[in-house]
Design a protein around this ligand. Structure first.
Ligand code: TXA
Ligand code: MG
Length: 338
């Protein structure tokens, strides 16, 4: 796989050309790395599904660099969508809107809506502008594994499968974008991410929260198809634990299997008598979000077989962390006694 590094505009132009030719290229965004292809080219988009081994019923997000590009992709732009774009674009917010006929079925998985996002990462923006195309891009991992937050993660999953990756360094947010549907009467949060429910509600008022975000709801009922798959999962068996630092430390020291590993807050690390993976400071949700996927991949590298993860509070970005962790744990979560 060829690796591009930003030095001059030549690298951007070279990647833009690959995309115009219908190739798939992994690109950095502020959330996670994306596996990008021309969203208007059905054959190119099919290559994304093949590279990821992604089920065809899971639609893709279309990435744009300018507001005008939204107009041709959707049937209409409701006032709430304008307000959300004003507040959070460019940035980690994806909006689901009624699609226009320009968007191929393969992108929307045959549905009548399309998900659109304007990333803020300067390399992503430069590439979209240089190729002059909207780019369909899911996270650049093989389906089921944690999303890549570095070019090295992309290479681990995609070597020999895609022709190129653009190395833009570590992704700042570290979790995928917030997905909001604006198709019904009321805005609906489909996937929590870097933009928090509190931030969204300040702009759109009260929102519905899709039940699949915090629960293993019946598979046919999920409105964001990506939420139904076992996901973000390392090879190790993960259990998610809720409770105080004291109860988590006690559990690890007295009840956890000898060779198990704690995915713990920095404050707990030195108190635990087992191997630890430090996820960040207990109250720094941005830091925890930034580190989560990289640590799950690190656990795989170390051939860890059993992980106990201490869940942060579900406030703010903590909701997105919780949403990814319960999937990594295949919904095995337990309350620790105080
Ligand atoms: O931050 C992100 O969103 C990253 C970067 C690369 O932009 N992309 C990403 O894509 O996470 P992906 O494909 O891994 O996740 C897209 C999510 C899936 O859960 C999918 O089901 C949902 O968005 N989605 C896409 N189109 C949709 C639609 N029309 N209606 C409802 N959900 C949709
Ligand atoms: Mg994904």
């Amino acid at each position: 796989m060829k690796t591009f590094l930003y030095q001059t505009n030549e690298e951007i132009t070279a990647v833009a050309r690959l995309l115009q030719e219908g190739q798939v290229v992994a690109i950095p965004t502020e959330t996670v790395y994306g596996l990008a292809a021309n969203a208007l080219d059905e054959q190119a988009v099919r290559k994304i599904f093949a590279a990821k081994n992604r089920p065809a019923d899971n639609p893709l997000i279309v990435h744009i660099a300018k507001r005008e590009e939204l107009t041709s992709l959707v049937k209409e732009i409701p006032p709430m969508a304008r307000a959300l774009a004003d507040a959070f674009w460019p940035g980690p917010l994806t909006m689901v809107l009624p699609r226009s006929a320009v968007v191929p079925d393969v992108v929307t998985a045959g549905g009548d809506t399309v998900a659109v996002r304007m990333p803020s990462h300067p390399v992503a923006r430069a590439i979209i502008e240089a190729c002059g195309l909207p780019l369909a891009a899911p996270s650049a991992n093989r389906s089921g594994s944690p999303s890549p937050t570095t070019a090295a993660h992309v290479m681990a999953d995609m070597e020999g499968i895609i022709p190129a990756v653009f190395d833009g360094g570590e992704c700042q947010v570290g979790l995928e974008s917030t997905v909001v549907s604006l198709v019904g009467d009321k805005p609906r949060l489909l996937r929590p991410g870097g933009i928090t429910p509190e931030q969204l509600e300040r702009v759109v008022g009260e929102m519905d929260i899709d039940p699949s975000i915090t629960a293993n709801v019946h598979l046919d009922k999920v409105s964001s198809p990506g939420m139904k798959y076992k996901h973000y999962a390392p090879k190790a068996q993960v259990t998610l634990l809720h409770g105080s630092c004291q109860s988590f430390v006690d559990f690890m020291n007295h009840h956890a299997e000898p060779d198990s590993v704690a995915l713990c807050f920095d404050e707990e690390a030195s108190l635990i008598n087992k191997q630890v993976l430090r996820i960040g400071h207990e109250h720094d949700h941005d830091e925890i979000a930034h580190n989560l996927f990289a640590l799950l991949r690190e656990a795989d590298k170390q051939n860890v077989t059993r992980i106990y993860a201490h869940c942060p509070s579900r406030q703010g970005v903590g909701l997105a962390v919780y949403n990814r962790l319960i999937r990594a744990a295949a919904f095995d979560e337990r309350e620790l006694e105080a």
